[in-house]
Design a protein around this ligand. Structure first.
Ligand SMILES: [Zn+2]
Ligand SMILES: [Zn+2]
Length: 161
């Protein structure tokens, strides 16, 4: 008897968690200097997220769909205040954009790569030393040349030996 009661309480608790309302979400949000922050969970990159409708989603996305409207399929929210990684979830600071745009302007790998002024070996990434790959990544020509020189040298060594 006691066992079934505890399991019922457990089930009710789980249901409560699953039926998260926008009010309970907003009760965790504080507004400061125009940006909204949440006392709820965050990704390891600092973005506020939330378990919503059975999935973990960016909190800004849930709030955007509540306050502003549906986000077109395939688009992601870009934080125009650039404080998404600091936990800002103000939907009015967000604009739906394609993943690619978001990556270039955000803090993803390509964005960092795009801002790089020197390669890992310290060669300047400008003008004739700069080579663009199909995915938009910037590569150092000097390093690429050095690599193919090494490759040719190794092949020569193998054929001579
Ligand atoms: Zn913001
Ligand atoms: Zn280089």
């Amino acid at each position: 008897m006691l066992g079934s009661q505890t399991s019922m309480v457990k089930r009710l608790k789980e249901m409560g968690r699953r039926r998260q309302t926008i009010e309970s979400v907003l009760s965790k949000v504080t507004m400061k200097d125009g940006c909204w922050s949440s006392s709820g969970s965050h990704t390891k990159d600092g973005y506020a997220n939330i378990g919503w409708q059975g999935r973990t989603q960016p909190l800004a996305r849930v709030l955007y769909e509540h306050f502003i409207g549906p986000i077109p399929v395939g688009l992601e929210l870009d934080h125009k205040c650039n404080k998404g990684h600091l936990g800002c979830c103000n939907p009015y600071h967000c604009k739906p954009e394609t993943k690619y745009d978001n990556m270039i302007r955000g803090n993803g790998f390509s964005a960092r790569n795009k801002r790089k002024t020197h390669c890992n070996k310290g060669h300047l990434l400008t003008g004739s030393n700069l080579k663009y790959e199909l995915n938009g990544a910037r590569r150092c020509k000097e390093c690429a040349c050095a690599r193919s020189r090494e490759y040719r040298a190794r092949r020569r060594a193998v054929s001579n030996g």
